[in-house]
Design a protein around this ligand. Sequence first.
Ligand code: GLN
Ligand code: ZN
Length: 786
Amino acid sequence: MTPTAAAAPRPTLTHTLGFPRMGAARELKFALERHWRGEIDAAALDAVGATLRARHWQAQQDAGLAFVTVGDFACYDHVAHHIQLLGCEPARFGFGADAPELARYFAMARGAQGGGHHVCDAGCTHGAAAAPTGHAALEMTKWFDTNYHYLVPELHADTQFHLGSQRLFDEVAEAQALGHAVKAQLIGPLTFLWLSKDKGATLFDRLALLGRLLPVYAEILARLKALGVQWVQIDEPILGLELPPAWTQAFEPAYWQLGKAGPQVLLATYFSPLQEHLRLACQLPVAGLHVDAVRAPEELTGVADWLPGYKVLSVGIVDGRNVWRTDPDAALQLLAPIAAKHPGPLWLAPSCSLLHVPVSLQGEEALDPQVRSWLAFATEKLDELTLLAGLLDGRVAPDDARLAAARAAVASRRASARVHRPDVARRLAEAPPGADRRAAPFAARQVVQRTRLGLPLLPTTTIGSFPQTPEIRAARAAHRRGALATQEYEAQMRAEIERVVRRQEALGLDVLVHGEAERNDMVEYFGEQLAGFAFTANGWVQSYGSRCVKPPILYGDVAREQPMTVAWTQYAQSLTNRPMKGMLTGPVTILQWSFVRDDQPRALTCEQIAWAIRDEVTDLEAAGIAIVQIDEPALREGLPLRRGQWQAYLDGATRAFRIAASGVGNATQIHTHMCYSEFGDILPAIAALDADVITIETSRSQMELLEDFGRFAYPNEIGPGVYDIHSPRVPGEGEMVALLRRAARVVPVRNLWVNPDCGLKTRGWGETEAALAAMVRAARVVRGEV
Ligand code: GLN
Ligand code: ZN
């Protein structure tokens, strides 16, 4: 049935793998939060959802896409919708037969008491702490290497599946009623199982559930077909990961079953090269394959070679993960040979769902017009697809104004002196060898730092931020709006710093901090002061649930034009004789939580940031600050999806950190902080940072994590968090004593610090003071024992 050649010209179709759901004005967020506060009922919330879906489908139709995508919408999370669709809500929630679907959904998402998930800053996410275990929310974790968090399905060896929700079919009908041609979207069965968690008492193989799961998928597909749906996009992004052979082998039989069950299947892969799975992906018994040509342009020829000629080839040509306008000439150069080679239908799409980019550039008038011209958000990306398809087919004339505009924008970005700064390039090129090494090894630094700092054994400190009261937030917001004069604002912040210092002294902490009252966000604060960053008014991206982040746009060479934190830190130090710790965000975290330029390697951009941070570190040292903390909470999340690429990433990341940290003398103590609990496989890289002190989150794992450090014989000093800051609960002195004793068994006592798990910005003052007082007492108790 393979046609011999594409004699007749076929139009190139366009589609999207998904669209942002929040709405350009974050309508969904606000409706959700009102619903949770009890201000609007489920029907009113649904109405907001329906309005947004209709608007987003219309945008897809207006752009000329061949179908609208249905099934990508979610009130909280699309994986959680699949849990309901597939009828596998965890039994532990004990839902009654009459519990409404939406209420069950939010119970899974937020815990039965609506405790919600907590994020301590832009990226560090934790499950609901307050709800009792029986009704605690599902765990959340990052969706592949994105900043989107999904709710993790919980499976047991005896989990049964059934068609458990009508929502998808209702939405299909909704789109059809609006006159749209529909492509439905589903997460594939293998990816669904892979992303789930075994929750059974005994270990079992999630893959063993596939046989039970497939009939439900078949039923869903049959229902979609009955609704007249022609295409279903089934996402199997795990084909871009290293997989155990049993998982790889499960694909073919599974898709034999699904390929026949309903509408034509477009298998969608993204985020990562297919590599060893390329042939498998091409040859699965489905009607089409989508590949990510942004992350893996080099594979496109191989895909065109292996994909049977009659199948649809969907090329993810527009970057779904980033905000840059597509270079039309580069895209066509990649596409033209593929179009010639592949005789079957060719579709163009974003590389992945547009969930990961903001909705629209409309409303970004405050953005510098030149920078704005370089950007394309979700809505603009849809237009890019139509333009590219038209150019490829010769339906759009070479002198089309849209093409000229795209070319002009690309050329202006390439040539802009704001993007390419010779001074920055020169600085990196002329970096002396060894610029990323401290002058003396740790053991020697430790001796001079001890003498200089004169700290007791088990020194106490905090991670940086103190409670951000409504007054502080109001002052910051008013200053931003221009409603509070700078002088008055600074006076208020200084008063706050003084209060925070006095409280720390009264608590008896050994190493103090200024409290970060002037910071809204640990990346934005630095981005706003560094050259090379731009900020949008509305460039929100969903992080999880109703929570959105507005990542800075890192468009050009990064440089620090003037000190960013020195005045605040110096003022704080002037108030006390105890050491004041300077507080900075590290290069990897700044990179990770921004939209990053795509015209040079990420590692190079990271190194530029590192030099800018280094300038700040050395200025702090010159201002008499003896301890500087460089936070890297995002270091681990930057790990590439494929292990084969880990080492290169870790080498670049550790080098960047060391560049930032190594401009100072031996007597200046560098701290770093990371808030996660999986270190085992990256301990060599953590050690390679060569920070004098690392503070980490450990209290919720009862210090288990520290045992990794002990086994590894981690050489430098460590502050394992002794209490969980994600809960308002005040820990007892006794628990912290026990944790410290346990820590002292695995790490030499002379290398141990005492601190909470993370910053305290989300806590209230009452619980903070009580907890820190108990922490200081606990440190004194254990000091007395050694
Ligand atoms: N210094 C920051 C704070 O205390 C660290 C935040 C973080 O690790 N996410 O808030
Ligand atoms: Zn933290």
